[in-house]
Design a protein. Structure first.
Length: 91
């Protein structure tokens, strides 16, 4: 069920697929509305995932950004959310 206030992760889509992934610590509904006013021409569909608390939203957003790398998050992906690379080969 949609809660006016709450934590979560949302995804914005356009004709080419996933465009942007974000998180919010307030209302998912109002956060998506703010994106619509700023980036209206860049996306036309969305999905959202409400989380138990904001810490879960942070972790989920980080995982999704590392896996999906959407074009709308390029600036953010180069910053603090840049994935760490580890050598997983067994010798």
């Amino acid at each position: 069920a949609w809660k006016e206030d709450g934590w979560g992760v949302y995804a914005l889509y356009n004709n080419y697929g996933l465009y942007y992934i974000g998180k919010t610590d307030t209302s998912l509904k109002s956060r998506i509305r703010r994106h619509k006013s700023k980036k209206y021409k860049k996306w036309d569909k969305f999905s959202w995932y409400q989380t138990k608390d904001y810490a879960h939203a942070i972790e989920l957003e980080s995982i999704l950004l590392r896996i999906m790398n959407p074009s709308g998050n390029k600036k953010q992906a180069r910053g603090k959310n840049k994935p760490k690379r580890e050598n997983l080969l067994v010798k």
